[in-house]
Design a protein around this ligand. Structure first.
Ligand code: HEC
Length: 205
C-alpha cells in the first residue's frame, strides 16, 4: 500500500506541476485570455489533484515520521511547499509574474531537493516497502549480493546460511555494515525483521 501511495503521490505531483508550469508560462507570456480559459478548464481536475497531492503527502510524511526518517530535509521541503501555496494564490490572482515564477521555483525545488537526496540514500524506498516483513525487506535490500537463498556471494558477500553470527550480530552488520559491505538504510525494527528472516528462514533450511 505504501508503494501505491508513493507512486500516486509522484503522479499527482507531476500533474500538479504540469498545470502549474502551463499557467506560469501563460502568465509570463501575457496570454491572459488563454490563462483564464485554461484555469477554468482545469479547475475541477486541479481541485482533485491538489486534494490527492495533500492527502498522499500527509500520509507519506506520517509514515516517514513513524519510520524515524523525518529529517531536516523534509522540514525544508514541507516549508517550501507551504510557502509556495500562498505565493502562488496571490501571484495568479494579481497576475504578478515575479510571484508566480517564484512559487513555481519553490514548488519544483521542493519536489527535486528531498527526492534526489533520499533516493540516493535509499530512504524513501526502504520506508515505503510494500510491507515490512523480513522477507520483502531482505529481497529489497540484500538479494542483490546475497541472493534469494543467502548463498549467492556476489561482490564478495558471505554465504548467510553458513554464518556463525547470532541474531544480534546479523542486525549489527545490517545497521553498521562490515568491511566491504556498507550499512543498509533501514531502521532498527526493519533490521530486526530482516535478521529474524535470515536466521529462521535462510539459515534454518
Ligand atoms: C552490495 C552488496 C551487499 C548487500 C546489498 C548486502 N550485503 Fe551483506 N555482505 C556483503 C559483503 C561483501 C559481505 C562480507 C563483508 C566482510 O568481508 O566481512 C557481507 C557480509 C554480510 C554478513 C556477515 C556474514 C558472516 O557470516 O560474516 C551478514 C550477516 C550480511 N552480510 C547480511 C546482509 C543483509 C541481511 C543484507 C540486507 C539487509 C545485506 N547483507 C546486504 C555484501 C552485501
Amino acid at each position: 500500500m505504501y508503494k501505491g501511495i508513493l507512486h500516486t503521490h509522484y503522479l499527482v505531483v507531476v500533474l500538479f506541476l504540469l498545470i502549474y508550469v502551463i499557467k506560469t508560462v501563460l502568465l509570463l507570456s501575457d496570454k491572459k485570455e488563454l490563462l483564464i480559459a485554461f484555469t477554468k478548464k482545469v479547475k475541477v481536475p486541479e481541485m482533485i489533484i491538489s486534494f490527492l497531492f495533500l492527502g498522499t503527502g500527509i500520509f507519506l510524511l506520517t509514515q516517514l515520521a513513524l519510520g524515524g526518517k523525518f529529517d531536516y530535509l523534509l522540514w525544508i521541503k514541507l516549508g517550501m511547499v507551504l510557502i509556495s501555496i500562498p505565493i502562488a494564490v496571490v501571484g495568479f490572482k494579481k497576475q504578478n509574474k515575479m510571484l508566480a515564477a517564484l512559487s513555481l521555483l519553490l514548488i519544483t525545488g521542493s519536489f527535486g531537493l528531498a527526492e534526489v537526496y533520499h533516493k540516493k540514500k535509499g530512504i524513501i524506498e526502504n520506508v515505503y516497502m510494500t510491507d515490512n516483513s523480513g522477507k520483502s525487506l531482505y529481497e529489497a535490500n540484500c538479494k542483490l549480493c546475497h541472493g534469494d537463498d543467502g548463498k549467492l556471494g556476489a561482490s564478495g558477500a558471505k554465504d548467510l546460511t553458513a554464518t556463525v553470527l547470532e541474531l544480534e550480530g546479523v542486525k549489527e552488520v545490517i545497521l553498521k555494515g562490515r568491511a566491504s559491505m556498507a550499512a543498509v538504510n533501514v531502521n532498527e525494527e526493519q533490521a530486526n525483521a530482516i535478521a529474524v528472516y535470515v536466521m529462521s528462514d535462510l539459515k534454518g533450511h
